[in-house]
Write a protein that binds this ligand. Structure first.
Ligand SMILES: [Zn+2]
Ligand SMILES: [Zn+2]
Length: 353
């Protein structure tokens, strides 16, 4: 255990029987799986987002890079932490180990969105939605394979900002001119300029080793009105990681998303087919952020000798991507789409106009 940092863990022992307490969404509190003892987790909603122009995040990189281990409070085993976990189930005795907050380097989470249902309900929701998805193969829907369900919180940052942008550019659209034999399509260019004000709210950037931003967006939306102040007790029963980059990098990502939002909002004002050029000059104010833990269930299963991993929003139950797709259905729809475009053209060629 040389060169490995030892982290303290907080207790999750049942006061009645000494087994491990886990968070139970249905009970909105902790529950002992052995004797049924319950403990309410009092929630609060006092934290506010904080400004992000002056965040010092120097400690995080060294912490992320270093090896870390924790001694299980129940059985005394040493557990290596692989992915900057701050909450982990002991592989030897199944009790929960949540790293004490004093031992977590970098920013501490301010908010959390709670799981609203347990694993059993998650599986029922999974089956129900998969059956309604058109592109999922029918044999899969009929006999959904054995799943391995895991609940985890992923670290993310939620940003707010207000922007004012001045822009100018040149767009174009296609217009048809003339009739019958003389019908043709022309490209019409036009200049645009103006200003745009935009309120960016709850823009989420993920920072976990398990999810990509794309996979996250497939589970949108989350209802941020229901976020609560972070408490370590919520983590009992889930695998949770500390964020895996430096805060600066996360800010770079959100600025990219902000710019995208601004560009889309500008272009929505016009009727156009293409963009030749669009220069946007933005200034930002009221920049706030919150570090937040987001609930996700993952479903791991095999189908036709292939491994699949599908995610579900742990607040709303919405299933994300990553499901098996029927190639026949996709091919059929592509042909159908082609026909819809092609048939009128062919008819016009045959019968003239
Ligand atoms: Zn107990
Ligand atoms: Zn243990």
């Amino acid at each position: 255990m040389n060169n490995s940092i030892k982290l303290e863990s907080i207790d999750s022992k049942c006061p009645n029987c000494g087994n491990s307490l886990k968070y139970s969404p249905e009970d909105v509190g902790l529950k002992c799986e052995s004797c049924g003892t319950r403990e309410v987790v009092e929630y609060s909603v006092q934290n506010k987002k904080q400004p992000y122009d002056n965040v010092n995040d120097d400690e995080i990189v060294a912490w992320q890079k270093s090896k870390k281990h924790i001694k299980c409070k129940s059985c005394g085993s040493t557990i290596e932490l692989e992915n900057n976990e701050i909450s982990i189930d002991c592989p030897y005795c199944d009790s929960q180990n949540v790293v004490a907050q004093k031992d977590i380097k970098g920013l501490n989470p301010s908010f959390l969105i709670k799981f609203t249902f347990g694993r059993k309900t998650a599986l029922a929701k999974f089956k129900e939605q998969v059956k309604k998805k058109f592109f999922v193969p029918r044999p899969f829907k009929k006999d959904i394979p054995e799943n391995q369900i895991e609940g985890f919180y992923f670290p993310a940052f939620s940003f707010d900002a207000d922007s004012v942008s001045a822009y100018s550019g040149r767009l174009y659209r296609y217009e048809s001119r003339g009739y019958g034999d003389k019908a043709r399509t022309v490209t019409v260019y036009f200049n645009v300029s103006g200003s745009l004000a935009f309120n960016h709210r709850d823009v989420l950037v993920e920072s976990s080793s398990r999810l990509s931003q794309y996979q996250l967006e497939q589970m949108f939306p989350y209802n941020f009105d229901l976020k609560v102040d972070f408490k370590p007790e919520y983590l009992f029963g889930y695998v949770v990681e500390q964020y895996n980059e430096q805060f600066d990098k996360i800010v770079d990502k959100v600025e990219y998303i902000f710019k995208d939002q601004i560009k889309s909002a500008i272009l929505r004002k016009y009727h156009y087919d293409g963009v030749e050029r669009l220069d946007v000059n933005s200034s930002f104010s009221n920049e706030w952020f919150g570090y937040i833990m987001m609930p996700v269930y993952s479903f791991e299963y095999n189908y036709k000798k292939k491994k699949y991993l599908t995610y579900m929003n742990g607040q709303t139950g919405k299933v994300g991507g990553g499901l098996p797709i029927s190639k026949i259905k996709v091919a059929f729809c592509s042909i159908l789409a082609l026909l819809i475009v092609a048939v009128p053209v062919v008819l016009a060629i045959i019968f003239g106009e």
